[in-house]
Ligand binder design. Structure first.
Ligand code: FE2
Length: 447
């Protein structure tokens, strides 16, 4: 794919909806570039003897140098100070953040569901408001994933975060967040997802009074677009709908606390400047934004609900073909037209483990109790599916074409069981008696 800026000097994407003052480059996995000051991006080489305008050249490697081209991720940054110029880091409180390996609780086969996080204490920013539900794998082995939620009512001003353990897929549920990254800003309202690659520094400003949402911390291979197979060359999440930031920098000579998650723990150092001081960059290891409403939903036009893998937006592959370390799956507005078909998601037991969240509205397999900002965990091989009310309604429905457009649900699906953090097991917002939604499913069999 080609750099959007080369094709459209005005910086406009004709199909990008109004995003205020934000302008983006488009495309997934391509070589993006940008310069906040004209002439600061070297031409024809990455590391000239003297970088333009007295900047420092620095490579950020998100993959090993020698990984195949299709999965190689790296960017070149041209910055006011090199990242190496920083004081020592010291351990700070992890607060609500937990990391893999998860060993605080015994893995639980029960179906579990949580209400939304309670309101945060005053002055809680994005980092302080991270709260871990659970996960799997091992951050030190770069495998597995963690499920976090966040709630915040304060912006990060002189505070910057980065995660050495994995990339962060952020799913806003309430409140628009402004992600100021080393590569420039991304504006992520609910209904969008934003991805911060491993090691990229950023801070989060709130556009309103508060913000809430979900985070998949992916320790494994970076998310990529799923193969399309017989679907063809187009469909699901289209590459051109992914948006990368345009270069912008913070030329700040003031104390800035830089918080780093490293092998499960938070460390912090106070710099005498902002590390968001990248004036120009190019590369493939870049943050991005995606509007879930752009997802091109595939479904049946004959019979049967397809397996929900057809709703995969992004997948983190493992070393086994088709077996994801983690998938991000969206249940977006769509038409249901299946004939002689039970149209909601079917009853299911799955070797993969499923965490579901809800951005807005309702989910078509649950009539009640599954709230925006809440979540459910159906661990490996646990039996789940529509609740009694949904089953009765769908079994008796008149099968005319039906538009499902009253909700936006998603799933983090992962190859290994999810073990809870202790705080998720003992949380006051863990619902008691979730099993009862499947009670009353009567015996209908007549021999
Ligand atoms: Fe399932």
């Amino acid at each position: 794919m080609t750099d959007h800026q080369t094709l459209r000097p005005a910086g406009e994407d004709a199909h990008t909806p109004d995003r205020g003052e934000r302008r983006y480059s488009t495309g997934f996995g391509n070589e993006h570039s940008g310069e906040a000051v004209p002439g600061t991006l070297p031409v024809g080489r990455n590391s000239p003897q003297r970088a333009p305008h007295g900047l420092y050249a620095e490579q950020l490697s998100g993959s090993a140098f020698t990984e195949p081209r299709a999965r190689n991720r790296r960017s070149w940054l041209y910055r006011i100070r090199p990242s190496a110029a920083h004081p020592p880091f010291a351990r700070v409180d992890n607060r609500g953040l937990r990391s893999a390996p998860f060993e605080e609780t015994v893995p639980d086969p029960n179906r579990l569901r949580w209400d939304p996080l309670p309101e945060p204490a005053a002055g809680t920013d994005f980092v302080d408001g991270l709260w871990t539900l659970g996960g799997n794998g091992d951050a030190r082995q770069r495998s597995g994933m963690a499920i976090h939620l966040y709630h915040a009512n304060a912006s990060m001003t002189d505070r910057v975060f980065s995660d050495s353990d994995g990339e962060l897929l952020i799913v806003p549920e309430r409140g628009t967040i402004e992600l100021h990254t080393e590569f420039g800003p991304l504006t992520a309202p609910p209904g969008h997802v934003a991805l911060i690659p491993r090691g990229v520094r950023f801070r989060v400003e709130l556009a309103g009074a508060g913000a809430r949402g979900y985070v998949c911390e992916n320790y494994g291979a970076p998310f990529e677009l799923p193969e399309l197979g017989p679907i063809g060359a187009n469909g699901l999440a289209n590459a051109r709908d992914f948006l990368a930031p345009r270069a912008a920098f913070d030329d700040a000579e003031r104390p800035v606390e830089v918080v780093n998650k490293f092998c499960g723990n938070l460390w912090a150092a106070t710099y005498d400047h902002s590390p968001l001081d990248v004036v120009a960059w190019h590369g493939t290891h870049v943050p991005y934004l995606y509007d879930l409403r752009r997802f091109n939903v595939m479904g049946t036009i004959s019979y049967d609900h397809p397996d929900p893998s057809v709703f995969t937006v992004l997948t983190s592959p493992s070393d086994t073909p088709g077996l994801a370390n983690a998938d991000f799956v969206v249940f977006a507005p769509r038409w249901l037209v299946g004939e002689d078909t039970f149209r909601p998601p079917y009853f299911h037991r799955n070797v993969m483990s499923e965490y579901m969240g809800l951005v807005e509205g309702a989910y078509d397999a649950k009539a009640s109790g599954f709230l925006p900002g809440g979540g459910s965990l159906h661990n490996m091989m646990s039996a789940h599916g529509p609740d009694r009310e949904t089953f009765d309604r769908a079994s008796g429905a008149d099968l005319v074409p039906q538009k499902v457009d009253d909700g936006l649900a998603f799933m983090f699906e992962t190859r290994w069981p999810v073990t809870l953090a202790g705080q998720a097991r003992s949380a006051g917002h863990l619902q008691q008696g979730y099993d009862t939604v499947w009670q009353g499913l009567e015996r209908n069999f007549r021999s």
